[in-house]
Design a protein around this ligand. Structure first.
Ligand SMILES: [Zn+2]
Length: 285
């Protein structure tokens, strides 16, 4: 089954790129915001939404990509750039938008877009992206700023993580992929404890299929990579039961631009595998 899925995902990528954003360079905040508006204008299945303003006043947008009109359609959330210096994660989330919008007629993508809403939020921390800093504008690490078990610091010190929290409350994500870069791995809750979660088996199965699609070797509970508190995945899983994964998409936070097509393609394959893997989770529960 997994082999069939991987073959199907591989097949999708044989078709040549004909239009859309080019991943031969990094894109800045203003280009990204223009691109998001442009995609929404040109694709009937894509809509753009303004989430709010960053600490330094940059507008933050997300897009919804779906062919379903049912109000209870499960939502898969993809975010990039919790850490502003991890620019591969930004480009990977743009790659997801590009791919899902351009390939919407493909039989596999068509089916996923009828079954799910993909909510893609490429710039969680646009101030960090503009400054090429891991941190938010007030010096707080966004991916240590959520209220999670064993967290010692005061949560939600950043406006940007509060905005993520408002999105979670509104859409109650079925699954999510928080994109990061700096290692290659697929990780899941808990990051704050070595105790296995109640869904450890589901996470292992999902993590494995995503890692295989991405061709990365490491997939494990986040704690066993290293212990952290205040991470998005722990918060999303704890509060909403979201099947929340961290996808670390590149050994380097911002690799040389010629490596970007591979990073983007690997990330999109991982996201499609996540959506497919969810079907099997639903069947087995
Ligand atoms: Zn990161």
């Amino acid at each position: 089954m997994i082999r069939l899925l991987l073959a199907a995902i591989g097949f999708l990528f044989w078709s040549p790129v004909t239009n859309g954003i080019q991943f031969n360079r990094y894109h800045d905040v203003s280009y990204i915001n223009r691109y998001l508006h442009q995609v929404a204008r040109h694709h009937p299945h894509v809509s753009i939404h303004r989430l709010g303003l960053s600490t330094e006043g940059r507008p933050i947008y997300y897009v919804l990509i779906t062919k379903s009109r049912a109000p209870d359609t499960p939502v898969i959330y993809v975010n990039g750039t919790h850490h502003g210096n991890e620019k591969a994660s930004t480009e990977a989330s743009l790659g997801a938008i590009d791919y899902l919008s351009r390939k919407h007629r493909n039989i596999i993508i068509d089916r996923l877009l009828k079954k799910y809403v993909f909510l893609v939020h490429p710039l969680v921390n646009p101030d960090g992206h503009a400054a090429n800093s891991r941190l938010g504008a007030n010096g707080i690490d966004p991916n240590r700023d959520y209220p999670t078990p064993f967290s010692r610091s005061e949560p939600f010190q950043l406006r940007e993580t509060k905005l993520v929290s408002s999105l979670m409350k509104k859409y109650r994500f079925k699954a999510s992929a928080a994109l990061h870069s700096g290692i290659e791995a697929v990780l899941w809750p808990w990051g704050s404890s070595k105790i296995a979660s109640n869904h450890a088996e589901v996470f292992l199965n999902l993590g494995r299929v995503v890692a295989q699609a991405m061709k990365v070797e490491k997939y494990q509970q986040s704690y066993h990579d290293y212990k952290t508190t205040g991470e998005f995945i722990d918060y999303a899983y704890k509060v909403y039961g979201t099947y929340a994964l961290t996808l670390e998409v590149s050994e380097e936070a911002s690799p040389s631009p010629e490596k970007l097509p591979l990073v983007v393609s690997r990330s999109v394959k991982g996201l499609i595998a996540l959506a497919y893997g969810l079907d099997r989770v639903e069947l087995s529960h």
